[in-house]
Design a binder for this molecule. Structure first.
Ligand SMILES: Nc1ncnc2c1ncn2[C@@H]1O[C@H](COP(=O)(O)OP(=O)(O)O)[C@@H](O)[C@H]1O
Ligand SMILES: O=C(CO)[C@@H](O)[C@H](O)COP(=O)(O)O
Length: 582
């Protein structure tokens, strides 16, 4: 018998891959496919999904590579047997902040695709600029300084837009783009985010920017619910930026229209398949499970992000707040680190060859990360080994690229002599500890003690959910529980690396099947099966070790301060000698 039950598609266009996932109405995963940019894309010369221009700290991705990926993922899903005629709704997510510049005939090209040719072959002329600035770019310090000053100071900017100015945020990127490529900017008819670019391809016209993803631009006033005109004028001068960006609909579950004919004719989609709003990859990740108050998600992709959903809007220059992607009145709290997965990989790759008895490189890394004592101290009172691993300039703290190793006794940290560390082995524990200690340090203001609390348990998350590629790693899970706590423990979604695409697929289900007034949480909550969908992978809060890591939190704070002061001194020296000035 032919199966005609509905399917919903979710996509994740992230840094290193495009992932697609198809689920049933009762949220079961039916099909999955991945296109890995480094392994599978042809003709772009990228590494880890991006191109870099180190002289100017630029990081960017070719837009046509993503078009190649869309056709390839659909083809791979079809090869696995999916009947696209069953798909009733599609949503998706994109790496945040990246911008795509459409040429004057971009939209026309989108509407006139022939099913006999690939997207890449037909749309390569649809852009006024062939690259999308990537979230790892740090070329915009000057523009960020202007943004931070423009409303008074960085506190005011954070209050209005949810974040202080960040190199990767789209407003400072557009400002730089306009001055570096004035000709391309003048030929730009529309600007999409990565998420709305992907939606545009599916719907066959330029799709609106989503209510959560728009908060990653330093342009949108979250409380006012509209673009901030002063910031828009800063980014784009007298040109009409709002008409390039388009209207931002409030309903994350609305419809942008039906899937365009190209997909109907080439892949057999049903012409009435709905395209729901596409959002950022982090907002989409928080939709992958019905998060309860005080639950935290740690997303271990190329970036590391810490995500919580909260009704309290408490912006601060050290963190990010965004609109929740589906639920008005809720916000998303986020910390984001550039040096996540790739920094961990560099430490892993520096280890000596894998000895017999250890199955792979990650197992070797994990062995070294867990066969030493916390903070690399031989006994609890020995000096702690604390280091910062930033192959690329970091976001929090805003520190230049480098590896900074210290020892810390509770006083001023001292720069370590090479002999104080057993290298490269000691780096395995130290990188995981410093990444997790930074999350604990910076989420202190948003977590709370459990209630009731007869044991006086300190403020911490209720559960810690690990998602993304690094969530397969048992050493990370163990240390996450020890350092971040988690009253109920550390969990992983049973779909592992695809939480973001899954969140988008859930959003597609909600957009198509919701009854009038039914919230995302109500619909997904009623279909969610805890015992089948999540797995406890490590203990959470353990009083003694959690207390021991207090010293680590203080130490990390002191180490960061010391590196920032040193960097400020170097900048001071450079400006008095004239070094580095153009
Ligand atoms: N067993 C593992 N342990 C630690 N990290 C892993 C493991 N397997 C994969 N990863 C990491 O996962 C990252 C990719 O995660 P993913 O969520 O797919 O990234 P993105 O969404 O940014 O493309 C890689 O950088 C890799 O280092
Ligand atoms: O810049 C941010 C969030 O502010 C990153 O989290 C990007 O959204 C890319 O994420 P991944 O590719 O690592 O998922």
């Amino acid at each position: 018998m032919i199966d005609e039950s509905p399917l919903y598609l979710g996509f994740d266009l992230s840094t290193q891959q495009l992932k697609g996932i198809a689920i049933t109405s009762d949220l079961k995963v039916a099909y999955e496919a991945v296109f890995d940019f480094d392994a599978d894309a042809t003709g772009f010369g990228i590494k880890n999904g991006v191109l870099t221009n180190e002289a100017e700290d630029e990081v960017y991705a070719p837009v046509t590579m993503w078009l190649q990926a869309i056709d390839a993922v659909l083809q791979r899903l079809q090869d696995k047997g999916i009947d696209f005629g069953r798909v009733r709704g599609i949503s998706g997510a994109g790496q945040q902040h990246g911008s795509v510049y459409w040429s004057e005939d971009g939209e026309h090209a989108l509407q006139n695709l022939h099913e006999g040719k690939s997207l890449e072959a037909q749309l390569h002329h649809a852009f006024s600029y062939p690259y999308s600035p990537n979230w790892q770019d740090s070329s915009t310090q000057k523009q960020c300084d202007s943004f931070d000053r423009h409303l008074g100071d960085e506190v005011q900017l954070a209050l209005h837009t949810g974040s202080k100015a960040h190199h990767r945020f789209t407003g400072p990127q557009i400002l730089r783009f306009r001055s570096k490529h004035p000709d391309a900017y003048s030929k730009t008819s529309r600007i999409s985010l990565v998420s709305s670019f992907l939606a545009s391809v599916f719907v066959g016209k330029i799709a609106p920017i989503d209510i959560a993803d728009v908060c990653g631009m330093n342009l949108f006033d979250i409380k006012a619910g509209s673009y901030n005109q002063k910031l828009m004028a800063l980014a784009a001068g007298p040109s009409d930026l709002e008409s390039k960006l388009g209207h931002v609909p409030e309903d994350g579950g609305g419809s942008f229209g039906e899937v365009q004919k190209y997909f109907v004719r080439r892949y057999g989609f049903n012409p009435s398949c709905t395209i729901a709003p596409f959002t950022g990859d982090n907002p989409s990740t928080i939709l992958a499970l019905p998060l309860r108050p005080l639950d935290a998600i740690v997303s271990l992709g190329t970036s590391t992000t810490f995500l919580m959903s909260t009704p309290h809007y408490k912006p601060d220059p050290a963190v990010h707040f965004m609109n929740h992607p589906t639920t008005s009145g809720l916000y998303m709290f986020m910390l984001c680190y550039k040096n996540g997965g790739l920094a961990r990989e560099q430490i892993r790759d520096a280890l000596p060859p894998t000895p017999p008895g250890i199955s792979d490189r990650w197992s070797l890394f994990n062995y070294h990360a867990t066969h030493t004592r916390p903070l690399g101290a031989s006994i609890e009172s020995s000096p702690a080994k604390i280091a910062l691993y930033f192959p690329r300039p970091e976001i929090v703290p805003n520190v230049q690229a480098g590896i900074y190793r210290f020892t810390y006794t509770g006083q001023q940290p001292t720069v370590s002599s090479p002999s104080a560390w057993k290298l490269p082995e000691d780096d395995c524990r130290a990188i995981l500890e410093s990444q997790l200690l930074s999350l604990r340090l910076r989420s202190r203001g948003i977590v709370a003690p459990p209630s009731p609390n007869p044991q006086n348990v300190p403020a911490q998350p209720r559960r810690v959910y690990l998602v993304g590629g690094g969530s397969r790693n048992t050493a990370i899970a163990k240390l996450a529980g020890e350092i971040l706590g988690g009253v109920e423990g550390v969990y992983r979604l049973d779909v592992g690396g695809n939480a973001c695409a899954l969140g988008s697929a859930y959003k597609a289900v909600w957009a198509v099947e919701r009854k009038p007034g039914e919230t995302f949480e109500d619909l997904i909550g009623s279909r969610w099966r805890e015992d089948e969908f999540v797995e406890k992978i490590a203990d959470g809060y353990q009083e003694e070790i959690y207390r021991m890591y207090e010293k680590g939190v203080d130490g990390l704070e002191a180490v960061e301060k010391s590196v920032l002061e040193e960097q400020a001194r170097d900048v001071g020296k450079a400006s008095t000698t004239g070094a580095g000035q153009v």
